[in-house]
Unconditional design. Structure first.
Length: 134
């Protein structure tokens, strides 16, 4: 794990290390497409292996087995659209589901990981500022 994780409280470190690789909380617009059907939703967390989306009603049985096209619109980068083929990995809450990447280009995966790095750096900077103010 990266060295900066050692400075985090245990609960936050475990949350970031969960699953395969580092995860970052986010809030970006996403679209899930299956043929002509499009669901507008928000990505709330992503990692090298997948993304958690908040899409309202739970996914249908048909969607759980289908490959879906995912478009992610990263915060602060309106010209960047990350595209991936995903499958539903699990239902996290009644409105959130985890999607695993089935196919994603190396460029798009790198773009996501740069975003994860920015999110974690911003989070650590805020924690340092809070700690300094206390």
């Amino acid at each position: 794990a990266p060295d900066f994780l050692d400075n985090l409280p245990t609960s936050q470190r475990q949350r970031l290390e969960r699953g395969i690789g580092l995860r970052a909380a986010t809030r970006c617009f996403a679209m899930l497409c299956e043929g002509p059907h499009v669901a507008r939703c928000h990505a709330v967390e992503f990692s090298p292996s997948g993304v958690v989306i908040d899409r309202g009603p739970s996914t249908s049985d048909h969607e759980r087995g289908a490959s879906l096209k995912l478009l992610l619109f990263l915060p602060g980068k309106p010209q960047v659209v990350v595209r991936a083929l995903v499958k539903v990995a699990r239902q996290v809450t009644p409105t959130r589901c985890a999607l695993k990447f089935v196919m994603i280009s190396d460029v798009d995966r790198l773009t996501l990981m740069e975003q994860v790095d920015r999110e974690c750096t911003d989070c650590l900077r805020l924690l340092s500022e809070i700690e300094g103010a206390a």
